[in-house]
Design a binder for this molecule. Structure first.
Ligand SMILES: Cc1cc2nc3c(=O)[nH]c(=O)nc-3n(C[C@H](O)[C@H](O)[C@H](O)COP(=O)(O)OP(=O)(O)OC[C@H]3O[C@@H](n4cnc5c(N)ncnc54)[C@H](O)[C@@H]3O)c2cc1C
Length: 461
């Protein structure tokens, strides 16, 4: 279709085909609305193509390689274990392609019109697409996500990369320096160290500075074993032929430099100024609890509306925005957004484990869990924060193997208003790492089973 042709009209137009956008599209179509989705790059957006899935694909392979090389204690010795990085690259790319094709199939099957173009708002009910199509809509959902923040003196070149390129390397760098110390730096740094690169993380204060210090201490101990150098206190100044010069005069060796200093909301070229939608001082689109912007016709979901910038939050918001438009009855009122870090050991948390008035925290060690002992994965623990008087669970953190896989149970417990008693009395399958949540709850009730806290320590009837 060319510019000037009759505009297409839909109930809902969605800008951005990432996890927030395509999920909203599917839910709106299921609810009987006519839907168009506009994506300028790849359906699925960052998560399956450049971020969550590629990083976890690479982390899985790195873990496998590292385990093979460190399996002597189980009686397995593999001489000259080697890595074909070209094959790993092909595998990583094929996974994204498979998922992207699956998402397109689902959209087509649900009768959703897909446009590969950049969309700009002309008004509160019209979008202009870069391929010439004009889309008229009753409601729109903005799901344009985020973009990596750049850093002065470290603009992209052959050597300096953002996360997209850091997860698409066709050769293993001998050394890689990572500027930034959030979960993305830790995940990608650990995977490259396990594959054999020399990794340096340059952190302003510490890695994962907003996370539980007990959890971070375990991650740091393993990073040390992997020879990952964490430099704190000095700022990266500029690139040198060998790597990076720091403000304390030292130099970091780096064949590649990965800048991971955060994500900014992405609204470039969106034309929000032609609507009544507003952004806050950091550029995030502001919404109410139904995810409606200041423009009554326009909703927004995912990274573009703020923290936490996580795929599962965008997915939930996509569903809520579609339901709010179709039924007028939905609102985004989840109590917790779980967070998972695929570090070594893994960290997973739902709710808050902060000490507060009337809040008690119980900690239970992973070394007391049979499956952890069998797999030699005893580093870790579970913490449960609960109301002292009622036993109501406020937060659960698990650190250790499979922590990321079991945290959904914690989120469910909190959403359903579970107490310590509910967790303790729910049968957890044996032998699994998940038993740590039940054991921690038993301990919180003063009746620990597989750990001895000391005679009469916290015993309750
Ligand atoms: C390295 C890395 C690893 C991560 N790992 C995890 C993880 O393990 N778990 C997790 O929950 N989260 C993870 N995240 C975060 C996750 O990727 C994001 O939270 C998620 O992708 C946000 O989804 P979204 O739909 O809001 O936006 P996006 O996925 O960014 O999608 C937005 C889409 O909109 C398109 N677009 C933008 N403007 C326009 C326009 N004007 N017209 C048409 N199209 C447009 C873009 O091309 C893009 O495809 C990770 C992030 C990074 C960087």
């Amino acid at each position: 279709m060319v510019m000037g042709s009759i505009p297409q009209e839909v109930d809902v137009a969605i800008v951005g085909g990432g996890v927030g956008g395509y999920v909203a599209a599917i839910r709106a179509a299921e609810l009987g609305l006519s839907v168009a989705i506009v994506e300028k790059e790849r359906m699925g957006g960052h998560c399956p193509n450049y971020a969550c899935i590629p990083s976890k694909t690479m982390i899985h392979v790195a873990d496998l390689f590292y385990s093979i090389k460190n399996a002597e204690k189980f009686g397995i010795t593999v001489e000259n274990a080697s890595l074909d990085v070209g094959k790993l690259h092909e595998w990583r790319v094929s996974i994204s392609e498979k998922l992207e094709a699956g998402i397109e199939f689902l959209c087509r099957s649900n009768g959703i019109d897909m446009f590969k173009a950049e969309a700009t708002f002309l008004s509160s009910n019209t979008l202009q697409l870069s391929d010439g199509v004009t889309l008229k809509f009753k409601n729109a959902i903005v799901a344009t996500g985020s973009a990596p923040r750049s850093m002065k003196g470290f603009g992209e070149n052959d050597r300096v990369m953002d996360y997209r390129r850091a997860l698409l390397l066709e050769e293993l760098p001998k050394s890689i320096a990572i500027i930034g110390a959030g979960y993305v730096s830790v995940e990608i740094g650990t995977l490259y160290a396990k594959l054999g690169s020399k990794v340096t993380i340059i952190a302003r204060s510490d890695i994962l500075s907003t996370f539980d210090k007990d959890a971070v201490a375990l991650v740091k101990a393993n990073m040390k074993k992997m020879n990952i150098d964490v430099r704190t206190g000095a700022m990266p100044l500029n690139q040198t032929p060998a790597g990076i010069k720091l403000s304390d005069g030292s130099e970091v060796e780096a064949e590649k430099i990965f800048v991971a200093v955060g994500l900014d909301p992405y609204t470039t070229g969106l034309g929000l100024e032609n609507t009544k939608a507003k952004v806050d001082e950091r550029g995030f689109i502001t919404v109410d609890d139904t995810l409606r912007t200041s423009d009554p016709n326009i909703y927004a979901v995912g990274d573009v509306i703020g923290q936490p910038m996580l795929a599962h939050k965008a997915i939930r918001q996509g569903v809520v925005a579609a339901e709010a438009i179709a039924t007028g009855k939905a609102s985004y009122d989840n109590q917790v957004v779980p967070a998972v870090i695929f570090s070594d050991p893994e960290i997973a948390i739902a709710g808050s484990i902060d000490q507060g008035e009337g809040i008690e925290i119980i900690k239970f060690p992973m070394s007391a869990i049979g499956r952890a002992v069998a797999l030699d994965e005893t580093a870790g623990f579970a913490k449960i924060a609960y109301e002292k008087d009622s036993g109501l669970v406020k937060g659960i953190e698990v650190v250790g193997s499979d922590a990321t896989g079991m945290i959904f149970g914690a989120a469910l417990a909190i959403e359903m208003g579970a107490t310590l008693e509910d967790l303790a009395d729910t049968i957890h399958p044996h032998p699994t790492f998940s038993e740590i949540i039940q054991e921690a709850a038993e301990a919180g009730l003063g009746r620990p089973i597989h750990f001895f806290y000391g005679r009469n320590a916290g015993k309750k009837t």
